[in-house]
Design a protein around this ligand. Structure first.
Ligand SMILES: *Cc1c(COP(=O)(O)O)cnc(C)c1O
Length: 493
């Protein structure tokens, strides 16, 4: 199995190279040259998460040997997950919640970021890369913490996370500031998320700066969700959810299901698409957005248009106007049409918009719900079934309800449940009609009184941990500070 680029079909590289490079030189995204089939799906009933993940990964990462893959999987999906099965499936009256948030940071990013660093580490050894890799991450919350947890103490890799000092929640800030690990650096910046993101982009395109880094033995890389090393591990849990439904006699063999996914960068739902192409019996995929409904317009009108204000919502990990992984979906459904992808991505760069015609996107439908509706569905499920969901998951559930009402499609439906409600206690408490006690830690405890499931221990212990990373820097000082940190000069990051 080799990987080509969405913008150049002549490219053909092994998965290790694709994972090290992250993005193709001409700006395209790496995609598998064909989609492998999962053999005898129904016979896998009862399989544990690790064995299933091994089956899926070994179809895509054919240049990794069995021992390395198994070792990466064992290190990734271990005791750090608070659920023995790694992923849980919770049945409610109208849907099945695939809980992907039982990892160390209580968000689904762990499903990929717990394993991707190990895959990268094996690839760096195999390719005999001599420099230290520097993973640079700009975060509005979830990704930064998940990257820190995933990469901590991994040999040959340093991590630098930039976050907006006033732009993350109390819990998210505490999660990052208290993170332990000898190779981790966290910088709060005076600015917003865009400032952090722009600074990261500017560093990646600053040839002189990168040259200085390289001379000092550091090579820049990124861990964002366009890396196929993050995408492929996400395919596993859709098969897992299906097999659990089968095992619990909720569906019959080969019975088709729907999957609703709260979507930002389009990585999670793209993994569901890959699962379908591999043989998972999927009837329909539902792409759920918050008020930043760029994808809703795309799936309904065929027009992608990012020329609008970015709105801040209670589901911040979906506050995004450019869903990078959509490029991969367009590439696949257009029959690997690199010309079309180049054309559309050029239009997007130059005018912020493009229209897609003559390509069938009907497998996926898109819709969105607003803040009031997010609260409505959190409250309804809590009152009627004592099940508490986080705002991101509520977006998917609400959009699913709208879809069902409009289409009368009664296929059993999996909701990708992407974060613990304890990570967003402010919105959850106000939705169910309870007062916010002033800070997120008290709010978590207040929520625990109402909820069947307990506060994840890693969130609970946060307030007692020592804050290790206290550096706050101005935008102008980011580049010199990173240089200083990597050279070991600044111990206070
Ligand atoms: C990142 C994230 C999403 C969006 O996932 P994409 O793969 O970017 O579409 C949804 N919910 C939560 C909690 C997230 O952290």
């Amino acid at each position: 199995m080799n990987y080509t680029s969405t913008r150049d079909n002549n490219i053909s590289i092994a998965s290790m190279d694709a994972i090290i490079k992250g993005i193709s030189d001409e700006g395209g995204l790496f995609v598998p040259e064909y989609i492998p089939q999962i053999p005898n799906l129904n016979s896998l009933i009862g399989i544990d998460y690790l064995s299933l993940a091994f089956k899926v990964l070994s179809l895509f990462l054919t240049d990794y040997n069995e021992e390395d893959l198994k070792s990466a999987l064992n290190k990734a999906y271990d005791k750090e997950f608070s659920h023995d099965g790694i992923v849980d499936l919770v049945k409610t009256k109208e849907a099945f919640f695939l809980e992907l948030f039982h990892g160390p940071t209580s968000a689904f990013k762990d499903m990929a970021l717990q394993i991707m660093p190990h895959l990268l580490s094996v690839a760096l050894k195999d390719k005999e890369i001599k420099e230290k890799i520097v993973i640079l991450v700009a975060t509005s919350g979830d990704t930064g913490k998940a990257a820190l947890e995933g990469f901590k103490d991994i040999e040959g890799i340093e991590v630098v996370v930039l976050y907006p000092n006033k732009g993350v929640s109390d819990i998210q800030k505490a999660q990052m500031q208290t993170q332990r690990g000898n190779n981790l650096h966290v910088l709060a910046i005076n600015g917003n998320f865009d400032d952090a993101q722009n600074e990261v982009k500017s560093i990646f395109s600053d040839k002189a700066y990168k040259k200085v880094l390289l001379d000092k033995g550091f090579r820049l890389s990124s861990a964002n969700s366009i890396n196929i090393g993050r995408l492929i591990p996400q395919i596993t849990y859709y098969f897992y959810g299906y097999l659990k439904m089968l095992e619990n006699n909720e569906i019959g063999e080969n019975e088709k299901i729907n999957i609703a996914v709260p979507t930002g960068n389009f990585g999670n739902i793209l993994a569901a698409y890959y699962a379908k192409e591999m043989g998972l019996p999927v009837n329909h995929l539902i792409c759920a957005s918050n008020d930043n409904n760029v994808l809703t317009d795309f799936f309904n009108k065929g027009i992608y248009d990012k020329n609008r204000d970015l709105l801040l919502t209670s589901s911040p990990s979906m506050d995004i106007l450019i869903s990078s992984n959509l490029e991969r979906f367009i590439y696949h459904i257009s029959g690997s049409d690199e010309k079309l992808v180049n054309q559309k991505m050029k239009e997007l760069r130059e005018s912020g918009t493009y229209t897609l015609e003559g390509v069938n996107t009907s497998l996926i439908s898109g819709d969105y719900i607003n803040e009031e509706e997010v609260s409505y569905w959190i409250k309804k499920l809590y009152k009627e079934e004592a099940y508490v969901m986080d705002p991101h998951t509520s977006v998917a559930y609400g959009v699913y309800q709208k879809y069902k009402k409009e289409t009368h499609d009664n296929h059993k439906t999996l909701i990708a449940s992407t974060a613990s409600p304890y990570k967003f206690p402010l919105k959850v408490l106000s939705s169910i009609g309870l007062a916010y006690p002033g800070d997120d830690f008290l709010a978590m405890e207040r929520l625990e009184e109402e909820n069947k499931s307990k506060i994840p221990s890693k969130l609970k212990e946060l307030k007692n941990l020592k804050s290790l990373h206290k550096l706050v820097v101005d935008k102008e000082d980011i580049k010199p500070t990173i240089m200083e940190i990597l050279e070991g000069g600044n111990k206070n990051d």
